[in-house]
Design a protein around this ligand. Sequence first.
Ligand code: RB5
Length: 148
Amino acid sequence: MIALGADHGGYNLKEAIIVYLKENNIEYTDYGCYSEESVDYAVYAKKVAEAVASGKADKGILCCGTGIGISIAANKVKGIRAAVVTNEFCAEMTRRHNDANILAMGGRVIDAQTAVKLADIFLNTEFEGGRHQRRIDQITKIENGEEL
Ligand code: RB5
């Protein structure tokens, strides 16, 4: 299950991603927003991040104007690794090396076609583990206030 969220700046990307998910029979929950009316991105970041952190969703996709604000907010939730991505290389690497569990993108940065391509890569790339797991564990330690 994929958790989706956006503010008004990322609404168009979220809608394009919904079309892609439907076409590919991928289950999703749309946590809003539901129009281009101005809203606050932290609200949607929190809903999606909590769905992913609790295990209700396998991964999340968040969109705002730049992808930055909504990813910063999502990363405040324990267990979340939200990555802002603008190109195919980063979409692949943030799964392979960072085990990112939320993809963040900007509707004022990339077009809808690119966002769908990046979502497709993100959802279909596995984490490599190995030495990268050690680094993820260090991130978790920082989150828990532990020494590295
Ligand atoms: C909203 O105008 C805009 O600030 C927001 O979508 C996002 O880009 C913040 O990082």
